[in-house]
Design a protein around this ligand. Structure first.
Ligand code: NAP
Length: 279
């Protein structure tokens, strides 16, 4: 029977520890950590994600400032908003919910977030520093996946890791984090040829494709560890988990695997940022 990598349970454990850290921080610093969330436009899924992040802050006693901007927002207006948050000493972390409406230069907006408040790990500088093993907040989803793999003592060194997807917030940083832990990493994308046979070599397979149940059960090697980062309506991910679970030694469920770890990592990194700023 495959081990279920239970992100929901680990996130709950993390929150209990965080609530205690928030309490102690408040005693020392006379304030609680605060995350600013920026939602641009009216995408309902994005609105739900932002709400979940705010709720997680409240559960551990942190503040969250919710900023909502209309769908006609320009890049300039968003940059001004981010700058104001960078300059606000009460704000410890800034989350800009991806994706933003098309007319906005999302990369420019991410880059405007100051490194010490980039608790979602979206800036080039943060990515570069993380890749080089220097201190930086990791991109929240892959950093959450790493925390989950570590919690279950999943060995990475010397293992073949196949990451399917190369987005700036997920596939690419995931690959770098696995590489930093001495896995041998293959990064696949939409132009990759012979994907099933490449995935079949993976001791660790990360599905970060954005297509429901795209990775098939018979692509999974016996005993592989399967991480499904995808989430789609109907509670399915990017991997056909029913079939993959028959072959895997461990896998992340959908829901309750990667999703809760993303939020947990975001608020954990906000806590870290608050503690650093109070030093
Ligand atoms: P994305 O930006 O759309 O990137 C998808 C990646 O998959 C791209 O690199 C793309 O390749 C690759 N791809 C697309 N079709 C492919 C194919 N046929 N074969 C191989 N690779 C293919 O998506 P994302 O933001 O990284 O998200 C990926 C998934 O993770 C989604 O299901 C999303 O919902 C989920 N997600 C979950 C969380 C969470 O907190 N749980 C957070 C973020 C994302 P190209 O680069 O060549 O286009």
């Amino acid at each position: 029977m495959a081990v279920i990598l239970d992100g929901k349970a680990l996130a709950k454990e993390t929150e209990a520890a965080l609530a205690e850290r928030v309490r102690k921080f408040n005693e020392r610093a006379g304030r609680v950590p605060q995350l600013a969330t920026i939602l641009v436009g009216d995408d309902p899924a994005s609105a739900t994600y932002v709400k979940m992040k705010g709720n997680a802050c409240a559960r551990v006693g942190m503040l969250s400032q919710r900023i909502e901007m209309g769908r006609e927002t320009t890049t300039g207006q968003l940059l001004d908003q981010i700058k104001a948050l960078n300059d606000d000493p009460r704000i410890d972390g800034i989350l800009l919910q991806h994706p933003v409406p098309r007319q906005i230069d999302e990369r420019a907006a991410f880059e405007a977030i100051s490194l010490d408040k980039d608790v979602d790990g979206v800036t080039c500088l943060g990515f570069g520093r993380m890749s080089m093993g220097a201190p930086a907040y990791g991109s929240a989803t892959p950093a959450g996946i790493m925390r989950l793999l570590d919690h279950y003592n999943i060995e990475m060194e010397g293992k073949m890791a196949v990451v399917v997807g190369r987005s700036p917030i997920l596939g690419k940083p995931m690959a770098m984090m696995l590489l930093n832990r001495n896995a041998t990493v293959v990064i696949c994308h939409s132009k990759t040829r012979g994907l099933p046979d490449i995935v079949r070599q993976g001791d660790i397979v990360v599905g970060a494709v954005g297509r429901p149940e795209f990775i098939q059960g018979d692509w999974i090697k016996d005993g592989a560890v399967v991480v499904d980062a995808g989430y789609h309506p109907g509670n399915v991910g990017d991997v056909d988990l029913k079939a993959a679970a028959q072959k895997a030694s461990a896998y992340t469920p959908v829901p309750g695997g990667v999703g809760p770890m993303t939020i947990s990592t975001l608020i954990l990194q906000t806590m870290d940022s608050a503690e650093k700023s109070a030093l």
